[in-house]
Design a protein around this ligand. Structure first.
Ligand SMILES: Nc1nc2c(ncn2[C@@H]2O[C@H](COP(=O)(O)OP(=O)(O)OP(=O)(O)O)[C@@H](O)[C@H]2O)c(=O)[nH]1
Length: 355
């Protein structure tokens, strides 16, 4: 259990990419600038102790900023933690709870979960909660050390509230960006074949079902092609598996280049591809299939040694009819493909027309 937690913790840490630390550096710059503003503001408002505390804070943010630049991330995060915890307590004790310095502590709630393994984040959260409550209770029983006028206090309060509001919004915006990009990556992983960059089999099936439903609604024809590389085992044996992979990746580029943008291409199996042609009947699908076959066989396939390789494909073509489902229409394309193989390969075969 422990080791699992530690593992997920270290994984979480390594997933905090350069973007996160860039945000941390920007935060240091913003916080340092706010503290410079505080220095002048508190001199003007007659609280010199708080003014000079801000000088220390600025120095800490500068140190944290350069530590982040030198990739001393842990040290930087600790400095920021100490600064916020001490500064918010001193601000509260010196001019009162009404100053709103305690709001800065709340910003750590999302930050904790972004920067720590779950277990540490929960422990730190409990500590933070105790600290916040303790500070609140303390201020019920003690007077501020160096109070300022109520108008000035309101000004400081509104300023702090606005800064925390802005920083929360910034964090939320950053977090949303992270979630959306993770979602995008996951969707790609779930739908795209990593070698050929075509749709994978699962997405191919999903798209085929979608086109079949569309056919049932609109009656527009839909054709299917099943394409298989000829003697691919021999290619692998002769030129190596890596070259086989490179050929498949190249085929993944060459097939879509011969088709219309609405045509859908999926890697159906090892060296087999399913192509869905919405709006095409069997005749126009045969023309497209022949174009693909011709493009692949006439492509200049060069092995690592410079030798020209022969790569050809066989294609079976079928057209969806009313009584079909996905399995039956693909099975007819598969039977046509089989006949293409049996008939000598490097050819396009239409489905057999039933009497
Ligand atoms: N390099 C590589 N080879 C693969 C991949 N997936 C499947 N294969 C190989 O593709 C070969 C397919 O062989 P077979 O099914 O015998 O077919 P074939 O040699 O193409 O012969 P025909 O289809 O009858 O023309 C097998 O040797 C698989 O190992 C892949 O992702 N990369």
């Amino acid at each position: 259990m422990d080791s699992n937690n530690n593992m997920s913790g270290s994984r979480q840490k390594s997933e905090r990419g350069p973007q996160f630390w860039k945000i941390a550096r920007v935060t240091c710059q913003l916080a340092g600038t706010v503290d410079i503003a505080f220095f002048f503001m508190f001199h003007f408002l007659g609280s010199p102790i708080l003014a000079w505390i801000n000088v220390v804070s600025v120095a800490m943010y500068v140190a944290a900023y350069y530590a982040l630049k030198r990739k001393q991330n842990r040290f930087a995060v600790r400095l920021i933690w100490i600064e916020v915890i001490v500064h918010s307590a001193l601000g509260t004790v010196i001019i009162g709870w009404g100053s709103g310095f305690h709001y800065y502590l709340l910003m750590f709630i999302p930050v904790l979960f972004m920067t720590m393994p779950l277990r540490s984040a929960v422990f730190s959260l409990i500590g933070l909660w105790g600290y916040y409550i303790g500070l609140d209770v303390l201020m019920w029983f003690m007077e501020p050390v160096q109070p300022i006028s109520s108008g000035a206090l309101l000004g400081v309060h509104l300023f702090n509230l606005s800064v925390v509001f802005g920083m929360f919004s910034y964090l939320a915006y950053f977090y949303l960006g992270m979630v959306l990009s993770a979602q995008h990556k996951l969707r790609r992983l779930a739908t795209v074949d990593s070698l050929t960059r075509l749709f994978n089999r699962r997405q191919g099936s999903f798209l085929a079902e979608k086109e079949i439903s569309r056919f049932r609604r609109s009656g527009q024809p839909v054709a299917f092609m099943l394409l298989d590389v000829d003697h691919f085992k021999t290619i692998n044996d002769r030129y190596g598996h890596e070259m086989g992979d490179r050929i498949l990746a190249e085929i993944g580029k060459l097939i879509p280049a011969q088709l219309r943008t609405q045509d859908l291409v999926a890697r159906w199996g090892g060296e087999e591809f399913l192509i869905i042609l919405p709006g095409s009947d069997i005749d126009s699908a045969m023309v497209s299939a022949e174009r693909v076959r011709e493009a692949l066989s006439s492509h200049d396939w060069k092995a690592a040694t410079g030798i020209t390789m022969t790569v050809t494909v066989s294609v079976g073509v079928s057209e969806l009819c009313k009584s079909d489902n996905m399995a039956s229409v693909i099975s007819r394309a598969d039977q046509a493909l089989y006949r293409g193989k049996a008939g000598g390969r490097n050819r396009v075969e239409p489905e057999e027309v039933s009497a």
